[in-house]
Ligand binder design. Structure first.
Ligand SMILES: CC(=O)SCCNC(=O)CCNC(=O)[C@H](O)C(C)(C)COP(=O)(O)OP(=O)(O)OC[C@H]1O[C@@H](n2cnc3c(N)ncnc32)[C@H](O)[C@@H]1OP(=O)(O)O
Length: 419
């Protein structure tokens, strides 16, 4: 008989060669109970081939796989390389034997070799990844607008023309506008042509949902005259009234340079004939829509949930790369049981000119875990929320307040890519 211990001893953890990518995809589809079409599989195969990949081999069998896309994330005041963990799968016959934990160790070694200071993911279940030092770092709100009547506004809409443009040409038109938003909000990914194609626009119709939810292809509406950088845009799909419910406009993405620009785009989306609901899949909690709507009963927040989870792989690199809203000088006892190089007592000296994070022998002002630091890093959850929950300890009165003032950002971080 083979015991679990024997099985772990015989499992080998190593990089997954390109030749095994098909097997890795089969494993992923089986554990996620998916039967994708050819287009979807082709897209995923391209993404997996371009990713960092580690696998668990039990004899000739691929028992586990984990990948990480090479991406760049906006952080306050800049951008940093970020390994976006994905495709995490372990055969049901091999679960709960530590395979995921060993694969994460393998991924961290690959990330260190490629100098990734950050990693991130969207968990399938929230209970899994805190143990590896991930903390929820951005949140999204789901919203709904009653569009059986025009949108009542407190902000006069931008009067520039609205135009529908060909989605195929949209990446080139929208990219400069989207790129400008990266400086405003942390937690967003830079996009190349292929991420534009497979994200909100789904130009190849290769998303798992394509054609299955009654919604048609993506439409792109832009604010502004031809030849100008748009003052804003929205990407949306529609479903007419019928068996599946009321006519619905489903908004995948909306970016606007100002309140009036947002007002113009939301008014348009609410005014589309034969629809009576605008369903908004993910917006930041500080979305101006909640204030420019004159009748808040017309705009409902239907859910608020964690979005992107972040891991600070190299705490010094992460802290010294971001901008700081106020001066702070605190000594922090940082716990990191997974990556001990981050752990210890450090003095953070930060302010508008930059930051240092150096080993210190002084009495600590604060104690916290790297998981909580990750949740605060982009300016999302303030540290005081964790202190109130007993998850961070203030030894010097006022230390949490001072660190929160320094971490604060004008706009909440937002990702809004994976819904
Ligand atoms: C970013 C992404 O790709 S998210 C996708 C994650 N994948 C899935 O959900 C697909 C289906 N599930 C699986 O493939 C596997 O069950 C996995 C990947 C979730 C877990 O793999 P395993 O090899 O069983 O995990 P492993 O044995 O290393 O467990 C490590 C720890 O996590 C815990 N854990 C694992 N899965 C879960 C879970 N779903 N919920 C809560 N805890 C969990 C284990 O109990 C263990 O805890 P311990 O350290 O206190 O003992």
């Amino acid at each position: 008989m083979t015991t679990d211990d024997d099985a772990r001893a015989t499992t080998e953890f190593r990089d997954v060669p390109e030749a095994d990518c098909d097997r890795a995809l089969d494993l992923t589809y089986s554990v996620f109970h998916l039967t994708p079409g050819d287009k979807t599989r082709h897209r995923h195969a391209g993404m997996l081939r371009a990713a960092l990949r580690v696998g668990a081999y039990d004899g000739g069998q691929l028992a586990g796989v984990a990948g990480a896309h090479r991406r760049t994330l906006s952080v306050p005041g800049g951008q940093l390389p970020c390994a976006a963990v994905d495709f995490v799968s372990v055969l049901p016959t091999h679960r709960r034997r530590g395979i995921l934990t060993s694969m994460m160790d393998g991924l961290w070694r690959r990330c260190a070799a490629d100098a990734y200071p950050l990693a991130c993911l969207w968990p399938s279940e929230s209970a899994i990844y805190g143990r590896y030092g991930f903390g929820a770092a951005t949140e999204l709100c789901r919203m709904e607008i009653d569009s059986s009547r025009p949108l009542a506004l407190r902000t006069a809409p931008d009067s520039r023309p609205l135009r529908l443009i060909d989605p195929a040409g949209a990446p080139a038109r929208l990219a400069p506008h989207y790129d400008a938003t990266l400086a405003r909000r942390a937690g967003r990914f830079t996009r190349d042509e292929s991420w534009w194609r497979c994200g909100a626009l789904d130009l190849d119709g290769a998303s798992m949902r394509a054609g299955q939810d009654g919604f048609g292809p993506a439409y792109v509406v832009v604010l502004g005259a031809p030849g100008e950088t748009p003052g804003g845009y929205a990407v949306y799909r529609t479903r007419g009234p019928g068996g599946s419910g009321p006519g619905t406009v489903r908004v995948a993405e909306l970016e606007a340079e100002s309140g009036p620009a947002a007002a113009a785009l939301w008014s348009y989306l609410v005014s589309i004939d034969l629809t009576s609901t605008v369903e908004i899949q993910g917006r930041p909690a500080d979305d101006p829509l909640l204030h420019l709507a004159a009748d808040r009963d017309q705009v409902r927040v239907t859910g608020q949930e964690p979005d992107l989870w972040l891991r600070l792989l190299d705490v010094r690199a992460a802290l010294t790369a971001r901008s700081w809203a106020a001066p702070v000088d605190v000594v922090v006892d940082l716990r990191d049981t997974v990556l001990p190089a981050n752990a210890g007592r450090f003095r953070l000296t930060a302010g508008p000119e930059g930051a240092t994070w150096e080993p210190a022998a002084d009495t600590p002002d604060l104690s916290l875990d790297v998981r909580e630091l990750a949740s605060c890093y982009l300016g999302g959850t303030p540290l005081r929320h964790f202190a109130h929950a007993g998850l961070a300890t203030e030894h010097t009165p006022g230390a949490v307040r001072r660190l929160d003032a320094a971490l604060q950002t004008e706009w909440l971080p937002f990702t809004g890519e994976n819904h």
